[in-house]
Design a protein around this ligand. Structure first.
Ligand code: SF4
Length: 370
């Protein structure tokens, strides 16, 4: 079964962390893709993405305002309930005020040994790169204190090479989605990327190599009435993508932090290593929070063209100011001459809800495209 290992990982992500810890090694959680996992990997620790899960929010609502996006309230619910007690560290960046409040609550109410928030500039000018490089040095020093060992430059370069290899393979798998009838669905692609956010990278690279070969030869193809791209807020639920595909579309591209944003760009291994990490992780491709904001919008439009999409679904978590703010800018840009890509906005909560209503809207959109 082609996706057997991927699904095994997703069914019990913590099992991967448990078996890592049984070897006497540490696990460090990261909350958003602005945290360079390569540093954690080079410290011989397991980088593990902190995500939500289906759960009723009780404590998350007690400790955070209700107008904090439900992703952060779900994560806090899980963390306060002990789900992330196995973590030896948790690291995030000040991507948005919602994540900052999650970090504040985690910092005050949980005793994870290492807790760190990186100061992430909004711009990519040289002084911003220098500032973020200093932040990465602070991160590196914190990891060294946690592990009791120095992270050598050669270890860090090797980690970057391993990560670049994983990114390259993911991009090759995404290339297959440009075909008229892709051998991988959007829901499967999301599963593949998501599995890599908990697996040790060496195992993940081997898995991707095998998967790519199998996909190239796969007889099963996804025919559709409409080629769809998804963009917007945190989305890690393949069930949401499946709703679109069950309605007759096929998701052939995405601009999501659990999708292409995670691997679209490599880190340069040539020069100063921390500076190279700082440059890559300040990329506007990673999130709509960067300025000038046009760069991310142009990236979405280019990807939609490259993957020959018929329509874009823009999903925004309620109260997400970053993506709620990007939607009208993208809509206006798409209205300009030369672009003719229909756009559907779906407001949603982190946990899949209001399924019937969602289905109706998605179906109507796909029918309008075909
Ligand atoms: S969904 Fe929006 S508000 Fe929530 S963490 Fe992501 S960027 Fe921040």
């Amino acid at each position: 079964m082609m996706f057997e290992r991927v699904r095994e990982v997703l069914d019990d992500r913590e099992a991967v962390a448990r078996s890592w810890k049984e070897q006497g090694k540490k696990v460090v959680g990261w909350v958003c893709p602005y945290v360079p996992e390569e540093l954690i990997h080079a410290a011989d620790m397991l980088p593990f993405r902190v995500m939500g899960a289906p759960v009723t929010i009780v404590k998350g609502d007690a400790y955070l305002y209700p107008n904090i996006c439900s992703f952060n309230r779900v994560v806090l619910e899980l963390a306060l309930g002990g789900r992330y007690d196995f973590l030896d560290g948790v690291v995030t960046a000040n991507v948005c005020d919602h994540i900052r409040r999650l970090y504040d609550a985690w910092h005050f109410f949980l005793d994870t040994p290492l807790k760190l928030i990186l100061s992430l500039p909004h711009k990519t000018a040289e002084n911003a790169v220098a500032h973020f490089k200093d932040e990465l040095l602070r991160f590196k020093n914190s990891l060294e204190r946690l592990s009791g060992a120095e992270i050598s430059d050669s270890a860090l370069k090797n980690s970057i090479k391993t990560y670049n290899r994983a990114r390259e393979l993911l991009r090759r798998i995404y290339e297959l989605r440009r075909e008229d009838e892709p051998p991988i669905s959007g829901a499967e692609a999301l599963e593949v990327v998501k599995a890599g956010m908990s697996l040790p990278k060496e195992e993940y690279v081997a898995l991707l190599e095998e998967l790519f070969e199998n996909l190239e030869q796969r007889d099963k193809r996804y025919k559709s009435n409409a080629r769809i791209m998804i963009t917007g807020s945190d989305l890690d639920d393949p069930g949401f993508v499946k709703l679109i595909e069950d309605a007759g579309g096929v998701v052939v591209a995405d601009d999501l932090c659990t999708g292409s944003r995670y691997f679209w760009e490599d880190v340069d291994v040539g020069g100063d290593t921390l500076e190279a990490l700082a440059r890559r992780y300040l990329s506007p491709v990673l999130c709509a929070r960067m300025h000038p904001y046009e760069a991310h919008i142009e990236h979405i439009i280019k990807m939609a063209g490259d993957f020959n999409v018929d329509g874009i679904i823009f999903e925004a978590l309620k109260f997400c100011d970053i993506y709620g703010g990007e939607y009208p800018l993208l809509r206006e840009r798409l209205k300009e001459e030369g672009f003719d890509i229909p756009l559907l906005l779906l407001d949603r909560e982190y946990a899949l809800s209001g399924v019937e209503q969602l289905k109706t809207r998605i179906q109507a959109f796909i029918e309008s495209l075909s």
